[in-house]
Ligand binder design. Structure first.
Ligand code: HEC
Ligand code: HEC
Length: 230
């Protein structure tokens, strides 16, 4: 398929229309006793080692922006995450984990599969996205329990996600500042419930006893961390 056909398919998929799509494989994840976090598949390693070209990445991102929106800003309703400003390593890990069937995302899979994009395309897209600005108009939570949210964040989450929510590219820890609250809250629930199967087991250990109220408080706090480009 050529690029124009992919863009057309993506528009249909984002409008929720069914299409005959390639099925996502299912690889063992965190539910398995011999799960290895961030296992280095060949395509993950190739994408991490490739030199990403942001100009080529901007063009390759065209098939993604029907869902992730222009400038990769996502949607405040949490349906599509913001990708702008995310660390390139994090983006590469998530995309190749989806390709390998470790993070379930059957709707996105056809666009992230090896038939759609190469490891070089992934590196290019990641370089483009990492350099995009992150405006502070992301969706925020209700703001009702920020003291509790801040306490939990600084106790259990900031060691990886950073005092300012900046994450850590070298360690594959996502930046969370500037991300939409509704996406963060949903992902935190999926992680706690064991459904985000490529998750970091050390994060699982801290998050597993969180109530829904605590998850809402902590992700609300995260959504309000000040954005900075690095
Ligand atoms: C049909 C809609 C759709 C298309 C097209 C799509 N995505 Fe996604 N993408 C999603 C959804 C939905 C999620 C959130 C999945 C979840 O809730 O776990 C997501 C998540 C992601 C994530 C993980 C973000 C994070 O914070 O962990 C990355 C990276 C990503 N997409 C990159 C891309 C790229 C690059 C493309 C184009 C090659 C693309 N997506 C095309 C729907 C789409
Ligand atoms: C040991 C490091 C570590 C700790 C501690 C940690 N996380 Fe994470 N977090 C990660 C990693 C790594 C990811 C990306 C998932 C993956 O691929 O493993 C992630 C992803 C997330 C995401 C999804 C972000 C996205 O862009 O998709 C949310 C939400 C989240 N963490 C919330 C939390 C909360 C809330 C806490 C504290 C209760 C926490 N994390 C503690 C490492 C950590």
């Amino acid at each position: 398929m050529n690029r124009a056909a992919w863009v057309f398919f993506a528009a249909l998929a984002c409008a929720g229309m069914a299409m005959a799509a390639e099925q996502q494989p299912r690889e063992q994840g965190i539910e398995s006793s011999d799960y290895v976090w961030n296992e280095m598949y060949a395509d993950k390693l190739q994408a991490l080692q490739a030199k990403g070209d942001p100009l080529r990445g901007e063009i390759a991102f065209e098939i993604c922006q029907g869902c992730h929106r222009k400038s990769a800003l996502g949607r405040a309703d949490g349906s599509y995450p913001r990708l702008a400003g995310q660390h390139a390593t994090v983006l590469i890990k998530q995309m190749t984990d989806v390709r390998a069937g470790r993070r379930d995302n059957p709707r996105m899979f056809p666009f992230a599969s090896q038939h759609a994009i190469s490891p070089q395309d992934i590196a290019d897209i990641a370089a483009y996205l990492q350099g995009l600005p992150v405006p502070d108009d992301n969706g925020k939570g209700p703001g009702t329990d920020l003291a509790q949210g801040g306490k939990l964040y600084n106790r259990d989450c900031s060691s990886c996600h950073g005092d300012k929510g900046e994450g850590n590219g070298a360690k594959f820890y996502p930046r969370v500042s500037g991300q939409h609250f509704k996406y963060l809250e949903r992902e935190a629930q999926e992680i706690r419930n064991g459904n985000r199967r490529n998750a970091d087991p050390r994060m699982m250990r801290v998050i597993k006893n969180y109530s829904d109220a605590d998850l809402q408080a902590v992700t609300d706090y995260m959504s309000r961390l000040p954005v900075s480009t690095k």
